[in-house]
Write a protein that binds this ligand. Structure first.
Ligand code: F6R
Length: 243
């Protein structure tokens, strides 16, 4: 598509159609996996608008977030709890009991990750997982080198990630959380449908590696070449490096 706004609109309409076609109700919840970051903000805005106009309801949608930092209070502006409530959940008709976000403050982090996988399983798996990729081809916090069959787990972040995230923490690297909880590549691969949003020239090289080269754990989003139904929806700038 042409611009990031077109990607946002296309994605929001796709999500709306998937939820509607599913005919969700009290006996049958739609399960939706969600990312944070800059890329999906436009989509969340559009979905909130559609919800406000009565075009879509999220009452029977269970939401599962991809990741969160370890040790940040949930009301910290950089926590993904805060991001999701502030940018999306408070603008739609959700029941808070249907929101699932990994708790980076849990006393037993490994148990928190295992329970998260269990919760997804109990809900019948994820119908649609939406994601974004980093300039290094990561999806969620599955950084280069992550196993392509990984599941939800604690990840120690690479120094480059801490440097990249520094800007969100007063440019002070000592304030950046060094660990995160994240779904694994396989957790996302298990979803029936995957929609990956990619905008901007900073993602162009990653898109090339992820779709025009072989499946490779150094570009973790390349794993989706082997998924039964993944759509990568891109703007023009993100496609600059494609052959
Ligand atoms: C989001 C996530 C990441 C981001 C990726 C792109 O929960 O886990 O994979 O989608 O880092 O981030 P933005 O959209 O900010 O470029």
């Amino acid at each position: 598509l042409d611009k990031p706004n077109d990607v946002a609109e296309w994605a929001a309409k796709y999500v709306m159609k998937k939820i509607k076609d599913f005919n969700a109700g009290p006996e049958k919840y739609f399960t939706l996996g969600l990312p944070t970051g800059g890329t999906p903000l436009g989509m969340y805005k559009k979905l909130a608008e559609y919800c406000k106009n009565g075009k879509i309801s999220f009452k029977y949608v269970k939401k599962y977030n991809m990741d969160d930092y370890v040790g940040l209070p949930p009301d910290h502006v950089q926590s993904y709890h805060y991001y999701m409530f502030h940018n999306f959940f408070k603008h739609i008709d959700i029941d808070p009991k249907n929101v699932h976000i990994l708790d980076g403050n849990a006393t037993d982090l490994e148990k928190e990750c295992d329970d998260y996988e269990e919760k997804i399983k109990e809900a019948g798996g994820i119908r649609l997982f939406i994601g974004g990729i980093g300039p290094d081809g990561h999806i969620a916090f599955n950084e280069p080198g992550s196993s392509l069959v990984s599941r939800t787990r604690v990840k120690t972040l690479a120094h480059e990630t801490l440097e990249a995230n520094c800007r969100f923490f007063d440019n002070d690297i000592t304030k950046v959380p060094t660990q995160a909880l994240t779904v694994g590549v396989q957790t996302v691969l298990d979803a029936d449908d995957v929609l990956i949003l990619i905008t901007g020239s900073s993602k162009a090289l990653a898109l090339h590696h992820c779709i025009e080269e072989g499946v490779n754990h150094m570009w973790t989003a390349s794993a989706f070449q082997q998924h039964k139904h993944t759509i990568m929806i891109c703007d023009e700038d993100a496609t600059q490096e494609l052959k």
